[in-house]
Design a binder for this molecule. Structure first.
Ligand code: NAD
Length: 258
C-alpha cells in the first residue's frame, strides 16, 4: 500500500490552485506525508496569502518564502526544514520560468539574458535544491522534478524552455548517480500539457492541449491529481528501485509518431 506516513515532504512551486505542485501536495498529504511548502516572495507578497489559504487544509508544518535566485533564501528554507523536521524525505522541485518573449517566435532570437534566466531558474535550481537537501536526507530520500516533452522533441514556441528541460533531465541522471549510494533517488515526471500560470505563457498552449486530446492514446490530457499520484508513488518505498528516470504522465502522447 502507498503509505507516506512519517515522511517529511517539501513541495516547491505552488502558485495557485492550478499549479501542478498543488496537485502533488494534496496527493502526498492524502498518503500521509507531513507537508511543507514554499511561496515566491515579492514586494507585495501576492503569493504568500494565496498559498497560505490554499494549503491550510493540508495542515502544513512549514510555509517559507524562497526565490531560488537568492542563495540566502534557499539556505533559510533548508535551515527551517532542519530546525523543524530534523530530516527531509521527499523534495518536490516543481518550478520553472522563462520570459514571455522567449516563449514564442524564433528560437534563434533568444537573448543571452533570457537564456540565462530560464536556465538558472528552471534547470540550475534542481541541482541547487538537491545539494541543500542531500545532507538532510539522512535516511535516504526521493527528489522529484517536473519536465516536459519539449526537452526531447521540438514543440512550437517552447523554445528556450526545451533547452532548460533537456538540461534538467540530464541533471536528474547526474544527481541520481551521485546520490544513489546515499539511498537518495532522483527522478523526473514528464507531464502532458496542463493549463497553469506557467503554461499560459507558452504561445499556442491551448492548441497544444487540443492536439494531445485528439492524438494521445487515452484521447485526453492529464490532471494535476494524476501527476500528484505519480509523485506520491515515486516518493514512496514502492518506487525503491527507480532512480535517474523520466516517467511520462501524459496519457501516452509520447509514444505516438503521428
Ligand atoms: N503546465 C504544464 O503543461 C506542464 C507540463 C510539464 C511540465 N510542467 C512543469 O511543471 C512545473 C510547475 O509548473 P506549473 O505548470 O504547475 O505552473 P505554475 O505557474 O503553477 O508553477 C510554476 C512555479 O514556479 C515558481 N517560480 C517561478 N520562478 C521562481 C523562482 N525564481 N523561485 C522560486 N519559485 C519560482 C512560481 O512561483 C510557481 O509557483 C514547471 O517545472 C513546469 O515546467 C508543466
Amino acid at each position: 500500500m502507498l503509505d507516506l506516513s512519517g515522511k517529511n515532504a517539501l513541495v516547491t512551486g505552488i502558485a495557485n490552485n492550478r499549479s501542478i505542485a498543488w496537485g502533488i501536495a494534496q496527493q502526498l498529504h492524502k498518503a500521509g506525508a507531513n507537508i511543507g511548502v514554499n511561496y515566491l516572495p515579492d514586494e507585495k507578497d501576492r503569493y504568500k496569502k494565496k498559498v497560505e489559504e490554499l494549503v491550510a487544509p493540508l495542515n502544513p508544518s512549514l510555509i517559507v518564502p524562497c526565490n531560488v535566485q537568492e542563495d540566502d533564501q534557499v539556505q533559510a528554507m533548508f535551515a527551517a526544514v532542519q530546525e523543524q523536521w530534523g530530516r527531509l524525505d521527499i523534495l518536490i522541485h516543481c518550478l520553472a520560468f522563462a520570459g514571455k518573449d522567449e516563449l514564442s517566435g524564433e528560437f534563434s532570437q533568444t537573448t543571452r539574458q533570457g537564456f540565462m534566466t530560464a536556465l538558472e531558474i528552471s534547470t540550475f535550481s534542481l541541482t541547487q535544491l538537491a545539494a541543500a537537501a542531500k545532507p538532510l536526507m539522512t535516511e535516504g530520500g526521493s527528489i522529484i522534478t517536473l519536465t516536459y516533452l519539449g526537452g526531447v522533441k521540438v514543440i512550437p514556441n517552447y523554445n528556450v524552455m526545451g533547452v532548460a528541460k533537456a538540461g534538467l533531465e540530464c541533471s536528474v541522471r547526474y544527481l541520481a548517480s551521485e546520490m544513489g549510494p546515499h539511498n537518495i533517488r532522483v527522478n523526473a515526471i514528464s507531464a502532458g500539457p496542463i493549463r497553469t500560470l506557467a503554461s499560459s505563457a507558452v504561445g499556442g498552449i491551448l492548441d497544444m492541449i487540443h492536439h494531445v486530446e485528439e492524438t494521445a492514446p487515452l484521447r485526453r490530457t492529464v490532471t494535476q491529481t494524476e501527476v500528484g499520484n505519480t509523485a506520491a508513488f515515486l516518493g514512496s518505498d514502492l518506487a525503491s528501485g527507480i532512480t535517474g528516470q523520466t516517467i511520462y504522465v501524459d496519457a501516452g502522447y509520447e509514444i505516438m509518431g503521428m
